[in-house]
Design a protein around this ligand. Structure first.
Ligand code: FE2
Length: 185
């Protein structure tokens, strides 16, 4: 691959000041890597899409149609694989780039799943991921009033990847638990 993870991470650290947002991107990276392994794709490539997808969030706050497009342009200039550039643009439908590939759909799933898993940890008294069980995550998914900002339909697009919801939730939970200290959870 022509772009190094360290360079993308450095770009994230320069352009994203919000620690929670950086952690969200690390969480997405971990989930994307796990999904890639599940489908025998390249975890380094899929991980990059997760790591970089909200790179431009702070700059495009008042202009949502640019969100994703700016990050995609940066990645393209850095020499990221075209499928990563496409997925990052497509993760925001407002860019007009349609999400159609497996990588595009996976990023949409990972983006929302990371939010659900984070919320499931934060509602615990210890606020730790270690104690979150698949059973409770499943329950949280079904509770529409819990973490309302999480788009359940986006997570349900795992079916387009040929994955059951349960397997998807378990995969996301395990991937994030494995880097819990980096996520502050
Ligand atoms: Fe995101």
């Amino acid at each position: 691959m022509s772009v190094a993870r360290a360079d993308v991470l450095a770009a994230v650290e320069v352009r994203v000041a919000n620690v929670q947002l950086r952690r969200h991107m690390l969480a997405c990276e971990a989930i994307m890597r796990a999904l890639a392994e599940r489908f025998d794709e390249d975890p380094d490539v899929w991980g990059l899409a997760g790591l970089a997808h909200d790179l431009d969030s702070e700059e495009t706050e008042g202009d949502f149609a640019r969100h994703g497009a700016e990050a995609a342009a940066t990645l393209d200039a850095m020499g990221a694989p075209p499928e990563v550039v496409h997925a990052v643009a497509a993760h925001n439908p407002a860019t007009g780039v349609a999400g159609e590939t497996r990588l595009d759909v996976a990023l949409t799933v990972a983006d929302q799943l990371s939010g659900l898993v984070t919320a499931a940890a934060l509602i615990r008294p210890d606020k730790e991921l270690a104690g979150v069980q698949l059973k409770s995550l499943r329950k949280r998914y079904r509770e529409g009033a819990f973490a309302r900002g999480v788009d359940r339909e986006a997570i349900a697009r795992c079916s387009e990847l040929g994955l059951e919801l349960d397997e998807t939730l378990a995969l996301g939970l395990e991937a994030m638990q494995a880097i819990a200290p980096d996520l502050g959870l």
